[in-house]
Design a protein around this ligand. Sequence first.
Ligand SMILES: Nc1ncnc2c1ncn2[C@@H]1O[C@H](COP(=O)(O)OP(=O)(O)O)[C@@H](O)[C@H]1O
Ligand SMILES: [Mg+2]
Length: 440
Amino acid sequence: MLRKCLVHLKGWIALYILLGFVIQFLSSLGIVVFQKILDQAVDGTGFSEITHWIVIYGVLLGANVLLNYADEYPGAHLSNSITERLKIMALSKISRMDYTAYQNMGTGQMIKVIENGAAAGNSILFTFILGTLHELLPTILFSLFFISYYDLRIMLVIAGGYVVIFVITNVLLKYLYRIKAAVLKEQESMSRYSIRGFMELVVFRTNKKYAQEISRLNETARQIIHKSAQLQMIHESFFALFEMFITVIKVIVLLYGVKNVVSGQASVGVMVALFMFIEKIYTPIAIFNVLFVGYKLNRVTYQRFEEFLNAREDANLEKGKAVARLQGDLEFREVSFGYGEVQVLDRLSFSIARGTSVALVGLSGSGKSTVIKLITGLLKKSGGKLLVDGTDIDELSLNSYYDHISYLSRIVRYSIPRSGKIWCLTRRCRMTSCMRFWTR
Ligand SMILES: Nc1ncnc2c1ncn2[C@@H]1O[C@H](COP(=O)(O)OP(=O)(O)O)[C@@H](O)[C@H]1O
Ligand SMILES: [Mg+2]
């Protein structure tokens, strides 16, 4: 599904990545020009020639400021598009989803899965993948390239350091997972306990359950706080580790550089440029580690969303006989239906002739809504025949059947089309008084 999103937004993505590369290239070039200016000043090159380089430096920096600003647009466009697109995909899934699968999931849980999943999908695509391609990769590549232009050995040491840090990150990740999973679990039970306490005042107060409930919450909260602090410390250790590594490199470059400057083998400008590149290279790798951890954790959330997107679909929506005209004869012939083990209808038979109005009355839980959902084809009978104008409903293409029937739920607001057709329909059924009440 994320791939679909990528394909849909490919133009914007290409522009965003290209801008990232251009920005980082100009920024690195700026450092090289700065080095030239410094060295020419020390060498005693003529002022007019140095001014020429200073103008180039200014133009490079200015262009970068403008590009950085322009870059905000595709960035904002993409980050919002991905979340919205994933939510649209979810709604489009609901339009085709098997009704029983929909019911089994439950609205509350489904909304949570969609909200969290869309946010996680956005983090994976935008923050991690595009963040890496747009900013981290070009910064690292150009920095390494220009460092190797000055001194290949330093570049090799830093590149080797990346690999070591990456391996260490993966080891730390295992601990991080365990702690994160525990925090999530504690947060879920915290929300379960507190919501129970908020909702069930009468039960909890009369049974004197609040003291016990509060002490349980206290313990859960203590765990969450402790583990979250641990999580933060591990996160921060990624930064600390790499900063330590970079500090060692800086000291070596300084020692080595000063020695070479003193012996006249290297210039001050080159040493400054190397320092600037090393500084530049530190941030992306530290950020990458944090993003990588976030990505791994987001995958878990996103997986649940993907399971929802892959839920069973209603095979009868498009497949089957198209309904060109509907006379309206309806017959239940020994129809049986059950929700799992619970049998609700047992060989139910009745018929409704075209043009007649029928009210289905019965005790709550007797099966009225189930009958309606069978007539609309949402639920599938387990036995018997449900004939619409003589054809079994399972043989009809439901989408073409829906061109001829209407369904009004209690929430009438969402079902009223602007044409007012439903108004006429309800008038015909002498429901105007209810209608007025509903639309008020
Ligand atoms: N999604 C469901 N899963 C399990 N049982 C259900 C489900 N929906 C309804 N039922 C059960 O099926 C029976 C009939 O329900 P329903 O058709 O909604 O009754 P009515 O509309 O007449 O009140 C009830 O016993 C109800 O508890
Ligand atoms: Mg009902």
